[in-house]
Every structure is written in C-alpha cells, then in structure tokens.
Design a protein around this ligand. Sequence first.
Ligand SMILES: [Zn+2]
Length: 117
Amino acid sequence: MKTVGEQEPAGKHPPESEEFGAAMSSIRKRRLFLWGVILIYLPAMWAVLQWTGSYNKTAVAFIIWVLLLTVIATVGALARCPGCGNYFHMNGMTLLYLRRCLHCGLHVNADRKLIKK
Ligand SMILES: [Zn+2]
C-alpha cells in the first residue's frame, strides 16, 4: 500500500481528453474569481464607506474581503495542472498566479489550441 507521498500526481490527463479541457476551464475560472475579488476591493470599500459612513463598519467589510481573498487564493492555489498533475500555480513554497504551469509550462489556454506549449 502506497502512502500519500508515493502516489502519482493526481489529475494528469492527455490533452485530447475531456477532463483536460474541464481542468483547464476550472483553472481559468479560479483565476477569474481571484482577479475579480482583487479588482472589487477599491469600489467595494468606497461603497461601504459611502453607505455606512463608518470606518468601523468599513473595517468589518475589509476583514470579510480579506477572508474572501484568502479562500479564493487558496482554491486557486490548489488547482491541478491537467498536463503534469502538479499544482498549476504552486511550486514548493512559491505561489505565482502566472499564465503557465509552474512545473511543466502548460499555458492556461492550451486547450483552446491557440497557444502551443
Ligand atoms: Zn503542469
């Protein structure tokens, strides 16, 4: 019986498989949510401050935003690359939301056949 460390990387799929496209789509969605949460920061804080007129209530909204960002960033970091099975945005302690896999260099749009590996 193998332990967790000895197992093959999960989520490895050939480029022509349906799972490959689904995994790439999932990675793109997670990235989109992350950038969306980051972009909403200034408008959301401004809106909360305008509506409530309270710095304390804006601080609560800020804490909620940080928690949301943490969850979304973690979900994005745990996305598996369908090409190599490793974490797409994470290599060891390095967490970078680049458009290519940090392990095999697979592009985030590789399933769209626009960009070759
Ligand atoms: Zn990869």
